[in-house]
Design a protein. Structure first.
Ligand code: NDP
Length: 466
């Protein structure tokens, strides 16, 4: 069904409408540059759509899609191990529920603020739409820094955070998951407190432990999915990952399982990083070295520089905050998998990657490339998989966890991996075909933004002015 249009205030040229909404986004959301950046990137693709579909303008879909349905901000008080009172700020952005309950991760990192979470929630709306599963978009978190905190401190923080959040979420309303700084430990503490407050055992969070409702492959899903996406991009040029030299940034959840799947497919990952610096291992990160990284990061919660103390041929390059580029992206390689954080690839980094002959960039992290870097990749005609498509495997598998919870069943590892793989193939095909249909073949940024948008926008039209 395509709903009837509301009163038409006079249709503008698509470019003028977009600039009007963009100005309003900047005026209403000052000091939120990451949110402006995410909106700008999507809007640039939508010019092509608005020209064909004036009903999106007459129903002011762009004005509506940039406005969160609900923003929740709250105080999170907790007591540290020394008995001191600590106060953090908690957030949940319920961005869009046109195609399903809000769904998206929680990020605990000192850099978290309203603008960063709004950019992530906005991206999530389109990403979730691409997964083919019925999930709306949301995101949340806190400026709490889990680094250097004891397990007890993390538990007390999570319990206080959930004490407020619990009243806003639910298995049919809003289903958070992990993100930076929120892994299995934090999801456990958050789930425990929700269950205690509500006296119900439901699939209110994803990324749960396997013994209490979690799905096999959920921890691996974002990294595996990103590599499956890269594989599909290469297939479109009759190429494969076999023997490819790969740069991976970060050393957390996404990076770890990106490296594991690259090894499965015969590629050679040579880097990892954290906020303190970059490891370059010219011999390649094999399974034994990957196990060392997992132990270092997930159990010891240590710093990546220890890798170079352990493996003598590896080089550690400390982060230099004065540089506006990273040495990681200046290492000669075939493929790049940015898997740490937003805007980690600047224009200079992109130029270095292109100069060194990179063929593929597949984004595991959310919005890791600046707008200038994205443009350079597109102009160079390399295979560029934007985050909302390439890293959608994580939330897709969260969707599979929700299905298993609702049906009270558990699929095997092979079943979940097979579904994840098929979803990534379908997302790639959808982006590829949409890019072609709208006259920009090979531009998966346009493909992802347009395909993700259409499903949500049509659902918004169908549901009226809400
Ligand atoms: P983790 O917390 O497990 O790991 C994050 C990694 O990135 C760490 O190595 C961390 O280093 C590094 N990092 C974080 N912030 C910065 C920063 N400001 N500067 C430099 N390095 C930084 O998070 P995930 O692996 O889960 O998430 C990584 C990215 O993937 C994020 O962009 C996230 O939004 C995205 N993503 C994650 C999904 C998931 O399922 N987990 C799903 C889809 C996207 P350090 O330890 O020093 O902080």
């Amino acid at each position: 069904m395509t709903a009837g249009t509301l009163t038409t205030p006079g249709i503008k040229a698509p470019g003028d409408y977009i600039e009007d909404v963009m100005q309003s986004v900047k005026a209403k959301n000052p000091a939120e540059p990451e949110f402006h950046q995410a909106v700008r990137e999507v809007f640039d693709s939508l010019r092509l759509v608005l020209a064909k579909h004036p009903e999106y303008q007459s129903n002011r879909i762009l004005d509506r899609i940039v406005e969160p349905e609900r923003v929740i901000m709250f105080r999170v008080p907790w007591i540290d191990d020394q008995g001191n009172v600590q106060i953090n700020r908690g957030f949940r952005i319920e961005m869009n529920s046109a195609i399903g309950p809000y769904k998206g991760g929680l990020r605990f990192h000192p850099s978290v603020n309203l603008g960063i979470l709004k950019f992530l929630a906005f991206e999530q709306v389109f990403k979730n739409s691409l997964t083919t599963l019925p999930m709306g978009g949301g995101k949340g978190g806190s400026d709490f820094d889990p680094k250097g905190k004891s397990d007890n401190e993390v538990m007390r923080f999570c319990q206080s955070f959930m004490t407020e959040l619990a009243r806003h979420i639910g298995p049919d309303t809003d289903v958070p998951a992990g993100d930076i700084g929120v892994g299995g430990r934090e999801i456990g503490y958050l789930f425990g407190q929700y269950k205690r407050l509500r006296n119900e055992f439901t699939g209110v969070l994803t990324g749960k432990g396997l013994n209490w409702g979690g799905s096999l492959i959920r921890p691996e899903a974002t990294g595996y999915g990103c590599v499956y996406f890269a594989q599909e991009m290469l297939k479109s040029r009759k190429d494969s990952l076999e023997g490819k030299l790969c740069l991976v940034s970060g050393s957390g959840n996404v990076s770890q399982y990106t490296i594991e799947k690259l090894l499965d497919l015969g590629a050679k990952p040579v880097t990892v990083s954290d906020s303190n610096g970059v490891i370059y291992d010219p011999d390649g990160i094999n399974r034994e070295k990957l196990a060392f990284v997992l132990e270092l990061k997930n159990v010891k919660r240590g710093r990546i520089r220890d890798y170079a103390d352990h493996y003598k041929k590896a080089i550690f390059m400390p982060t230099d905050v004065k540089l506006e580029h990273s040495p990681l992206w200046n290492i000669k390689a075939d493929c790049a998998f940015p898997s740490a954080t937003q805007n980690e690839i600047t224009a200079r980094d992109a130029a270095n990657l292109i100069k060194n002959g990179v063929k593929v960039v597949a984004e595991g992290a959310n919005m890791p490339s600046t707008l200038e870097a994205t443009k350079l990749f597109l102009d160079a005609g390399i295979l560029y998989g934007p985050a909302k498509a390439a890293n959608a495997g994580g939330v897709a598998t969260s969707g599979l966890e929700m299905s298993q919870n609702s049906a009270r069943i558990s699929w095997t590892r092979e079943e979940v991996d097979d579904k994840l793989h098929k979803i990534m193939i379908a997302i790639h095909r959808n982006c590829f075909e949409t890019a072609e249909k709208y006259g920009t073949p090979g531009n998966l940024v346009n493909g992802a933004n347009i395909a993700g948008f259409l499903k949500v926008a049509d659902a918004m039209l169908d549901q009226g002015l809400v």
